[in-house]
Write a new protein. Structure first.
Ligand code: FES
Length: 496
C-alpha cells in the first residue's frame, strides 16, 4: 500500500510505502531534513505540522495520505567558509595520471556539517573555484557517533552512498561552472575526521565508537577514484591524507600542514571546533593531539531554539548601555540562535548578572516571543564548552606546558571563524590569558588538502605528520573526567 505525501513548503510530492516514517519520506524525497539524533525521537529538530498538529517526523508512521508542513523552503543558506591561512607553496604536483594537456586537480574537505570542494588548475596550481554543500549525512544524525551507530545498525552503504553522491555532484557542478568537465580531474586529495573518512570509504566504524576508539585505518589511502564511485578521469587517483588516532583525522593533518604547526618555533595550540573539538598542542619539537566530544550544541542541535548559522539566526549578542542587543543573519526576524550567538549570549548573561557562574539562569531569557534560551540550553552549552576547555587543559598537563607558555592559539573551522574570542574566553571555553594570542585560520583543513594536491613533497610530509603527532585518548585518560567536571562552571569574573 502506498500513500501520497505532499510536502507543502517545498512543493514536493512523494509516494510513500505504508509503514515508512515521515522522516524516511522526507529523506527519500531528497529534502535533506535535519535529524540531529538520527531519528531516535530525542532531539526534537524534525518537528513538522500535519493536520494542524505538531509532531516529530521520525516518530510519525505513514498510514494515510498526508499534507506535511516542514516550515522550510528546501533552500540551504548556511554560511560556508572557504578561506584558509593563505600559505603560499610551490606548484610541484609530481606525475599526474591521464596524460591530459590541461588536467584539473581537486581537494575535498568532508566536514560533519559541510562538504567543500576546491578545483585547481593542474598546469599551474591556480585555484579555479570552489563549491560547497551541507553534508547530507546530517539527516542520519548530527554528531559523528550517531552516524557511526546508524551505519552499524543499518549498513554503512547508505551513508557512504549519500556522501559519494554529494562529492560527485559538487565536482561536476564546480567543474561545469568553469566550463570544464569532471572527467578532466585527475587527482583528488580528501580530508575529514576519522568518522567521515570511514563512512566515505565504507570501512567498519565499530572500533571508532567502542573503547579503545581506534580507527580501522590510519595510514594514508591511495586508490583509483572509480573504485569508490567517484566519477572523474578513468585513471584519476583519489588520496586520503592519514588519520592520527581516535576521531582526530586527516582534517587535522590538513590543518597542521596549512598552519605549519609542526615547524613552529614557539608553543602553539590549534583548536578546530566542530561537533568534535580537535586540539593539537606543540611545536617543531613534537605535537600531541586529542579529540573532545563537544557535541552538536554549537551547531544548534540540543538547543531549544538552536539552528545553524544561516538566515534568521541570531549570530551575535552584545550589551549596549546594560541592555542585551542582538544581530540576526539577513537582518530579518530571528528564527533561532546559532553557536556564535549562544556563546555571546552566555557571556552577556554573565556580565549582566542574569546568570551566575554555576550557570543558573533563574528565568528563561526571551530575545523575542519565539526565540529564547532556557536553563537546559545553558546546561548544554556548559557541556560543550567544558569539553573544549578540558581538552586544552589535559593536553597542557600531558605535555607539561603551562597555559601562559602558549604563544599562539589558532582556531580553525567555520565556527571558530564566526565566534567572538572575547565571549569564548569570558565563558571559559578558551583560556582568558590567551585572549590576545588568538587568531582564526579559517578552513585550514581544506587548505591542507589543496597543498597536498599541489605539491608532492608536502603530500609526503603529511604522511610523516601522522607518525610525528602523538595521540592522546581522553576517554582513557584517568584524570580527564575530573578536569571536565571542573570546567563545567563559568569563570567568576569576565576577563579579556
Ligand atoms: Fe526526530 Fe531527532 S527527534 S530526528
Amino acid at each position: 500500500m502506498t500513500y501520497q505525501i505532499i510536502f507543502a513548503d517545498e512543493k514536493t510530492e512523494y509516494r510513500a510505502e505504508e509503514g515508512m516514517t515521515v522522516l524516511d519520506a522526507q529523506i527519500a524525497a531528497g529534502l535533506r531534513p535535519d535529524a540531529f539524533c538520527g531519528g531516535k525521537g530525542t532531539c526534537g529538530k524534525c518537528s513538522v505540522t500535519i493536520d494542524g498538529e505538531t509532531v516529530l517526523a521520525c516518530r510519525t508512521v505513514i498510514d494515510r495520505d498526508m499534507v506535511v508542513y516542514t516550515g522550510r523552503t528546501g533552500k540551504e543558506h548556511t554560511q560556508i567558509l572557504m578561506k584558509g591561512t593563505g600559505r603560499q607553496i610551490r606548484f610541484l604536483p609530481g606525475e599526474l595520471p591521464g596524460n591530459l594537456e590541461a588536467p584539473l586537480l581537486a581537494a575535498v574537505d568532508v566536514g560533519s556539517t559541510t562538504v567543500v570542494v576546491y578545483l585547481l588548475d593542474g598546469r599551474d596550481g591556480r585555484q579555479l573555484g570552489a563549491g560547497s554543500r551541507l553534508n547530507p549525512q546530517r539527516q542520519y544524525g548530527a554528531d559523528v557517533v550517531s552516524r557511526c551507530s546508524y551505519a552499524m545498525e543499518n549498513g554503512a552503504e547508505i551513508l557512504s552512498g549519500c556522501i559519494r553522491r554529494t562529492v560527485n555532484e559538487l565536482l561536476q557542478e564546480t567543474a561545469r561552472r568553469y566550463g570544464r568537465e569532471p572527467e578532466e580531474i585527475v587527482r583528488i586529495v580528501m580530508v575529514g575526521n576519522s568518522c567521515m573518512h570511514h563512512l566515505f570509504l565504507e570501512l567498519p566504524t565499530k572500533t571508532l565508537v567502542l573503547a579503545p576508539y581506534t580507527p580501522a585505518v590510519t595510514e594514508a589511502v591511495s586508490m583509483k577514484a572509480s573504485d569508490c564511485q567517484i566519477s572523474i578521469h578513468p585513471q584519476g587517483e583519489l588520496l586520503w591524507l592519514p588519520n592520527i588516532g581516535g576521531f582526530v583525522g586527516s582534517d587535522t593533518v590538513g590543518c597542521v600542514l596549512a598552519s605549519r604547526l609542526d615547524q613552529a618555533e614557539e608553543t602553539t595550540l590549534l583548536v578546530d571546533i566542530g561537533t568534535n573539538g580537535e586540539i593539537v598542542l606543540g611545536d617543531r619539537n613534537g605535537m600531541t593531539a586529542c579529540s573532545t566530544a563537544a557535541g552538536p550544541a554549537f551547531e544548534g542541535a540540543k538547543i531549544t531554539c538552536g539552528m545553524r548559522g544561516s538566515e534568521g539566526a541570531i549570530d551575535h549578542v552584545y550589551l549596549e548601555e546594560g541592555k542585551i542587543k542582538f544581530h540576526v543573519i539577513g537582518d530579518g526576524e530571528p528564527a533561532g540562535i546559532c553557536g556564535s550567538g549562544l556563546l555571546d549570549a552566555a557571556a552577556c548573561f554573565l556580565k549582566a548578572g542574569i546568570m551566575d557562574e554555576t550557570g543558573r539562569l533563574p528565568q528563561t531569557y526571551y530575545f523575542t516571543d519565539r526565540v529564547f534560551l532556557n536553563q537546559q540550553d545553558i546546561r548544554e552549552l556548559q557541556l560543550a564548552k567544558a569539553a573544549i576547555a578540558a581538552g586544552i587543559r589535559s593536553l597542557c598537563l600531558h605535555r607539561k606546558t603551562e597555559v601562559a607558555q602558549i604563544r599562539k592559539l589558532m582556531i580553525a573551522g567555520a565556527f571558530g571563524n564566526y565566534l567572538n574570542p572575547d565571549s569564548a574566553c569570558a565563558i571559559g571555553m578558551l583560556p582568558a590569558e590567551l585572549r590576545d594570542r588568538i587568531s582564526s585560520i579559517g578552513n585550514a583543513a581544506g587548505e591542507g588538502a589543496q597543498i597536498a594536491a599541489l605539491n608532492v613533497s608536502e603530500y609526503e610530509h603529511s604522511l610523516r605528520l601522522r607518525e610525528e603527532t602523538e595521540f592522546l585518548e581522553l576517554a582513557l585518560d584517568p584524570g580527564f573526567q575530573d578536569i571536565y567536571v571542573d570546567e563545567l562552571g563559568f569563570p567568576e569574573e569576565e576577563m579579556g
